[in-house]
Design a protein around this ligand. Structure first.
Ligand code: PEP
Ligand code: MN
Length: 350
């Protein structure tokens, strides 16, 4: 249950309720909320205690968990949450501005990732992506450059002044991700319900980009996000297409979840139309549609020679196509009462 106190409730009163519940064997998590005190009560509240809460004059609302979701629930915050990335927290995912994440599917080498990073920066995107540990369907396909790939990605990000995001598949690599300064840990679709990985990643203190599972329902997805939030992580959701009967595209982009997610969770939500479509030429309209439907941003893949890419070439945009996509994102953001995120280098030009 979520307890929303009246704005201005004294700390003493909040603490009194918290202590009372804890002595009843319940775990309490306080929302990092400033407008009013909000507590999440984890566990089944005995009826006598429940009645006390119902009568309590300082508690304005008592909201039951949505399934098992508490900390990710919309009501756990007064306004949607914002995840700040980058050394100075200069890139805000969520909130009024729309972001673009772009970069290669896989980091393919130092020069290659740097060259793409320069294009990503010039196009006006805000976060650089690149996989170093790749979840490939075939064991014979390129598996990624591993820790060396993380270093190359981070160096490219530093060179152009953009925070970086990369997929982690195994908790034993966490120290390497931290040592390399990866700004955001991506949990890929195939690992969305790898609960051991989620728990370890949550404890790392690094923000997490949680992709939707290949065939995950919204509740399963939010359940995975709850694991991360329960471990203390800041979470960004990312819709990337789901399995359906349709074979015309790699997956089916489920934009219907966007307005619903706004009601159910305070977490920022991005859309990755690249892994949904699998076809580069249809990514621009899907990106525009994503922003129109309320996405906090889009994540796309870029390559200089898509036909030579070591993974996901058919869905890679050329640098010039990325420039157009960012321009479109600016127009779509404005059309929906938002704006494109400022250039992260604006206050610190390179
Ligand atoms: C990726 O981002 O490169 C990736 C493998 O994505 P997903 O987990 O959504 O398939
Ligand atoms: Mn990819």
């Amino acid at each position: 249950m979520i307890l929303r106190f009246l704005p201005g409730t004294s700390e003493e009163l909040v603490l009194e309720v918290k202590t009372r519940l804890e002595s009843g064997g319940l775990a309490i998590v306080r929302s990092p909320e400033s407008e009013r005190p909000i507590l999440a009560v984890i566990g089944k509240i005995p009826s006598a205690l429940r009645q006390e809460l119902e009568r309590h004059p300082a508690i304005e609302e008592r909201i039951p968990a949505r399934g098992e979701q508490l900390l990710v629930q919309r009501n756990f915050r007064s306004s949607p949450s914002i995840v700040a990335l980058g050394r100075r927290g200069e890139v805000h995912v969520g909130g009024p501005a729309v972001v673009v994440i772009a970069g290669p599917c896989s980091v393919e080498g130092r020069d290659a990732v740097l060259e793409i990073a320069q294009h990503v920066r010039r196009a006006g995107a805000h976060i650089l992506r690149g996989g170093a540990f790749k979840p490939r369907t075939s064991p014979y396909a390129f598996q990624g450059l591993g820790v060396e790939g993380l270093r190359q990605l981070k160096d490219a990000g530093e060179a152009v002044g953009l925070p970086v995001v990369s997929e982690i598949m195994d908790a034993s690599d966490l120290n390497a991700f931290r040592d390399c300064g990866i700004d955001c840990l991506q949990i890929g679709a195939r690992n969305m319900q790898n609960f051991t990985l989620l728990k370890s990643v949550a404890r790392s203190g690094v923000p997490v980009l949680l992709k939707r599972g290949l065939a995950a329902t919204v509740d399963e997805w939010l359940g995975a996000a709850e694991y991360l939030a329960a471990g203390g992580a800041e979470v960004i959701l990312c819709e990337r297409g789901i399995r359906t009967f349709e074979k015309a595209t790699r997956n089916t982009l489920d934009l219907t979840v966007l307005p619903l997610m706004r009601e159910w969770t305070h977490l920022p939500i991005l859309v990755d139309p690249a892994h949904a479509a699998g076809i580069a030429r249809i990514i621009p309209p899907l990106s525009r549609a994503s922003i129109a439907a309320g996405a906090d941003g889009v994540a796309v893949e870029v390559h200089l020679r898509p036909s030579e890419a070591l993974s996901d070439g058919p869905q890679a945009l050329l640098p010039g196509e990325l420039v157009q996509l960012v321009a479109d994102a600016r127009v779509m953001a404005a059309a929906t009462g938002r704006r494109l995120h400022a250039d992260p280098n604006e206050s610190c030009p390179r």
